[in-house]
Design a protein around this ligand. Structure first.
Ligand SMILES: [Zn+2]
Ligand SMILES: [Zn+2]
Length: 246
C-alpha cells in the first residue's frame, strides 16, 4: 500500500504486490527515494522484499521502518529472510542506499511535511498500525488486527476522524464464529462487522476493506462488499492498482 504526500513517498508492508510496484518504479525516472514501513513480519507482509528490484539499483534510497521483534530490529529481520535456503541472494547484494529505523508507537516520525505515527494492534506476535497526516488529510492503516472480543479504545482514538480508514476486515461474523468452517477466533483478523463498528466509533470518512481472505473469489468479494455497504455506503474493497484520494 503506497501513500504519496507531495514528493514524499511511502509504502506500507512489503508483500507479494511489491514485485509489481518495483516494475513500475523501474519505469520511472531514477533514482527514487521511498520510505518503507512494516507493520510486522509475517510472510504476507515481507515476502516481496527479495523480489523488489529497485533495492538492487545504486543511488535509489530506501528507509525501512518497523517494530522490534523481540531482540531483532527491522534490519535483522529483513536480512534474516534473505539467507539460504529461503533465498539464494543475501541482502548484502542490495546496491541502493539503505537506512533502518525503529517504528515506535507514540514516537512521531516526520517526513517532510508529512507526519507518521504508530500504534500497537491486537495480533498474534504483535503488529502496529500507522497514521499518516499531510496538509489536513489523514490515512489510517490497520492491517492485521483482531478487533475482538472488544475494540481497543486506544485504536479507536488513534483512528479518530481519519479521511481514509484502511482496516482488516477479513471475515464475516459467521466465518469468525465457525458457522460453516473452523472458527477464526484468535487468528488475528477482524470481521467486517467489527471493522465497521471501529469506523463508526472513530468517525472516519471512508472505510477501505483490507486484508481479504485469500480464498474469497472476486464475485464473493463483491457480495461481501455489498453487505458492508448496507452499513457504510462509501466503503470500498482494496484492489491492486486502486487509487484513492483522501
Ligand atoms: Zn499477520
Ligand atoms: Zn497479514
Amino acid at each position: 500500500m503506497e501513500v504519496r504526500c507531495g514528493d514524499v513517498r511511502m509504502v506500507f508492508d512489503l508483500g507479494s504486490g511489491l514485485r509489481e510496484l518495483g516494475e513500475s518504479i523501474l519505469a520511472e525516472k531514477s533514482p527514487v527515494e521511498v520510505h518503507l514501513f512494516l507493520s510486522h513480519y509475517h510472510y504476507d507482509h515481507v515476502q516481496g522484499i527479495p523480489f523488489f528490484t529497485p533495492l538492487f539499483i545504486p543511488l535509489n534510497r530506501f528507509t525501512f521502518r518497523g517494530p522490534r521483534a523481540g531482540v531483532q530490529n527491522v534490519k535483522a529481520v529483513m536480512e534474516g529472510q534473505m539467507v539460504q535456503p529461503y533465498f539464494p541472494i543475501p541482502a548484502s547484494f542490495f546496491r541502493a542506499q539503505l537506512r533502518f529505523e525503529d517504528a515506535i508507537p507514540g514516537v512521531e516520525m516526520k517526513l517532510g511535511e508529512a507526519t507518521v505515527r504508530a500504534v500497537n494492534l491486537n495480533h498474534p506476535g504483535g503488529c502496529i498500525g500507522y497514521r499518516v497526516e499531510y496538509r489536513g488529510r489523514s490515512v489510517v492503516y490497520f492491517t492485521d488486527v483482531e478487533l475482538h472480543p472488544t475494540i481497543d479504545p486506544q485504536a479507536i482514538a488513534f483512528a479518530e476522524g481519519a479521511d481514509l480508514f484502511i482496516c482488516d476486515a477479513m471475515y464475516t461474523r459467521d466465518e469468525y464464529e465457525g458457522r460453516g468452517g473452523a472458527p477464526k477466533v484468535g487468528w488475528g483478523h477482524s470481521t467486517w462487522e467489527a471493522a465497521v463498528d471501529a469506523a463508526e466509533a472513530a468517525g472516519v470518512k471512508t472505510f477501505v476493506v483490507f486484508h481479504h481472505d485469500p480464498t474469497r473469489t472476486d464475485d464473493a468479494l463483491d457480495s461481501f462488499l455489498g453487505a458492508v455497504r448496507a452499513r457504510r455506503p462509501e466503503a470500498v474493497a482494496a484492489t491492486e492498482g486502486m487509487y484513492l484520494e483522501p
